[in-house]
Each structure stands twice: as C-alpha cells, then as structure tokens.
Design a protein around this ligand. Structure first.
Ligand SMILES: Cc1cc2nc3c(=O)[nH]c(=O)nc-3n(C[C@H](O)[C@H](O)[C@H](O)COP(=O)(O)OP(=O)(O)OC[C@H]3O[C@@H](n4cnc5c(N)ncnc54)[C@H](O)[C@@H]3O)c2cc1C
Length: 377
C-alpha cells in the first residue's frame, strides 16, 4: 500500500528531504510538500540582495514546482498553504490554503509519516530574511528594503549575530562612505562573545560601520517625519531613516501541541534520531530551525535533512533508525561586505580572504540549482 509522507516547509530542510525520497523512485510512497511560499528562497543571500542590482531575484527565488516536476506526477503533490494545526494521534495536519481561487479554504491531510521543517522567522515580518510568507510578500519585502536603503541617509541594524553583521557589512560595503550605518549590539561584544566577534568588528570598522555596544532595543515607532525612533534599554533613543531588525527568531511551531515543544523556546523537541518527542508510533520527524539544535544553521539543517531522509527509508522498510549526524566540524563564517569576512573552524581562526573565498564571494548562490535539480540530496 502507498505510504504518504507529508513534509511541512519548502526551504533547505524540507526540499532536501523531498528530493531524497522522490529520487529513489519508490512507487510505494507519495510525498506531499506543504509550504507557505511557492518558491525556494536562498535566504542566505538576502543580506546582499537588499542592495539593489547586485543579485537578480531569479537567482535566489526559484519555483518549487520546477524542483518537483521532474518526478512522476502521481509520486508527489505540492500544496501552497500554512499548517495551522496537527493531531499526531489521528495522523492529520490541517492546512490553510493560499489559493487565489479559494483564499480561505482549508484542507486536512492524513499521513503515515510527517516531517516538520517549518523553520523559524524573525519577529519583524517586514524584513526579507526568511521565506516566511507568500512569494509575492517576500519579494515585495525585499524590493521595499532595497528602495528604502537606497534613499536612506542613516540606517540602523539591530542584532549583532551573524545576520546583523552580514547586513551591516553589505550596507557598509555599498554605502559606508556616503551614508551612516550603525550596528547595535545588545551586549559588550559581537556574536555573543564568540571568538569571531573581534575580527568581525574590525572588518566592519574598515567599511565605516559604527558599532554601538550594550544597546539592546526595547521598542521602535514610526515618527510623523517618516523616520523611525528606536528605544534602547538604557533610555537612549535613536532616530533613523531605516531600521533593520535581525533580532528575535521565533520557531514556526504554533501548529504543534505544547507537549512536543520546549516550554520556553517553543522549538520542537527531538531525540537522537530526530523523531519528535512524545509521539506514539514515532512517525513524526523534525529538522532545521524549528528544532534549532544544536543551533539554527544551514549546514546543520542539511545534515539533519539527510539523516531524516535515511531514517524515513529505514522506517518504511520496517528497520530501526540510525543516530542523526551533525557537520564534522563547527564552522562559523560571517561575510563582511563583498570583499572580506571573519570566521573560525572549531577554535581555529580563519583568514578574512578564506571566509570571502568560501562564503562571501557568492553567499552560496551557486548551490541553488542543486536544490532545483535535486543533486543536493
Ligand atoms: C540572512 C540569513 C543568513 C544566513 N546565513 C547562514 C550561513 O551563512 N550559514 C549557515 O549555516 N546558516 C545561515 N543562516 C541560517 C539558515 O538560513 C537556516 O538555518 C536555514 O534556512 C534553515 O532552514 P529550514 O529549512 O529549517 O527553515 P526556514 O529557512 O526557516 O524555512 C521554513 C520554511 O517553512 C515554511 N513555513 C513556515 N511555517 C509554515 C507553516 N506553518 N506551514 C507550512 N510552511 C511553513 C516557510 O515558508 C519556509 O519555506 C542564515 C539565516 C539568515 C536569516
């Protein structure tokens, strides 16, 4: 009998698993990929794409239909919509469909195995850092940010994690000599005290980016003048033409019952096989930023996707799962503008040129075709 595998989320985790399963051409499975955005979005390059005319939209947005249409039509289904609830005992997921024809219709999907790959979003929905809404909405957020950044004379980037550093670096590279670019760090260092922080700060200074430490943002409001006023925890306020927040990652796990989630972080709890905790039958799996274990990251998501694809195959064959593998080394690399970077491999500092060569030169855009032709899996 045909087994149905429902995958929620069509980004690097979910699409990887869909390819891995469909490539096997197993006539006994059907894959249903459910996702909010009709396109695969290479969000790792969004930090550079906010500068106009540097990365064409077509290089970072590719239709998911193009990725799946290479497989027999009866082997898969692509559903554009949002998972709004789930019932792991009746093995069902309810999806709010994003069809133009039926904007408010819902559909209940029944599965044999379910994969949660719905990632995480940034608290400020106007930012283009993730594919967290429809293709049209994310594209519009990207174009709007490009337009606002071009016009702004003063830009504040909040959050001194890797995304904030990369955004500030791209702005500094393009406009550091003509606009004021400020990076706000909540603490007294960048990257939460990681050893890469001082090198990243040094690179940002070369691009005329000012860094304000101990500047945790507690709120922001639009002023009548069109500027945004940012309020800091220490009582200070900053008025800016463009405020770009890279803070506050929220797991997209609202459709999952609380007993499967971390009580504080709301991330999905998994075991060493990436099976979701407290599920009778062990037929629900999770990967990527919705798990954020050991942390949210592309390479971690890729490795987890490969492990879940393998474990699904084993489960369908009635075999025991294997322990999920992580990346062999811990790499943290921040691209800083289009010419330099800062990073480490485990505890070894990487040279700026090396980070640029491995990451900053392209921001991985050359990997996108592999997600469309399936060679990534
Ligand atoms: C700007 C930026 C730069 C980055 N650079 C790096 C880097 O250089 N190196 C690195 O290792 N990591 C990097 N990351 C992290 C990396 O992007 C993530 O770890 C990776 O994207 C996680 O993929 P994911 O598949 O788990 O989910 P996400 O990318 O979060 O995507 C989730 C998908 O699920 C869909 N979805 C969400 N909710 C629902 C729902 N309820 N129902 C159906 N679909 C839903 C969304 O539309 C989306 O398609 C970066 C992140 C950002 C934001």
């Amino acid at each position: 009998m045909v087994q149905t595998i429902v995958i929620l989320g069509g980004a690097v985790g979910g699409l990887h698993i869909a390819h891995a399963l469909l490539k096997k051409n197993n006539k006994d499975i059907k894959v249903i990929l459910v996702t909010k955005n009709s396109h695969f979005y290479w969000n790792l390059a969004s930090v550079r794409a906010i500068v106009p005319n540097v990365i064409p939209d077509s290089e970072i947005f590719r239709p998911l239909s193009a990725a799946l249409s290479r497989y027999p039509p009866e082997s898969y289904e692509l559903v554009i919509g949002t998972a709004t609830s789930s019932d792991f005992s009746s093995k069902t997921v309810t999806v709010s469909l994003s069809s133009d024809a039926e904007p408010s219709s819902t559909r209940t999907l029944t599965y044999d195995h379910l994969v949660l790959a719905t990632g995480a979003r940034y608290a400020d929905a106007s930012t283009p850092w993730k594919a967290d809404s429809s293709y049209e909405a994310v594209l519009s957020a990207l174009h709007n940010t490009q337009s606002l950044a071009s016009k702004a004379q003063h830009i504040v980037v909040a959050g001194a994690g890797a995304t904030g550093i990369e955004v500030a670096g791209e702005l500094g590279y393009e406009w550091g000599k003509t606009k004021e670019i400020v990076l706000l760090s909540a603490g007294s260092s960048l990257l939460g005290g990681d050893m890469v922080g001082p090198a990243a700060a040094n690179e940002l200074k070369k691009l005329n980016v000012s860094i304000k430490y101990d500047s945790r943002v507690v709120g922001s409001a639009k002023l009548d003048s069109g500027k945004t006023e940012i309020r800091l925890e220490n009582g200070e306020t900053i008025a800016t033409d463009l405020y770009l927040a890279t803070t506050g990652m929220v797991p997209n796990s609202e459709y999952v019952d609380a007993r499967h989630l971390d009580a504080d972080k709301k991330t999905v709890l998994v075991d060493e096989y990436l099976r979701v905790a407290n599920v009778e039958g062990n037929n629900v799996w999770a990967v990527g930023d919705v798990v954020s274990k050991p942390r949210a990251g592309f390479m971690i998501t890729q490795k987890q996707a490969a492990s879940v694809a393998k474990n699904l195959e084993l489960a369908l064959a009635g075999k025991a799962p294997v322990v999920a593998k992580g990346p062999p080394v811990d790499i943290l690399g921040c691209s800083v503008g289009r010419g330099r970077g800062a990073g480490r491999m485990n505890n070894f500092k990487l040279p700026s040129f090396g980070v640029w060569l491995a990451k900053g030169r392209t921001l991985g855009v050359q990997m996108v075709p592999g997600y469309i032709d399936g060679s990534v899996a």
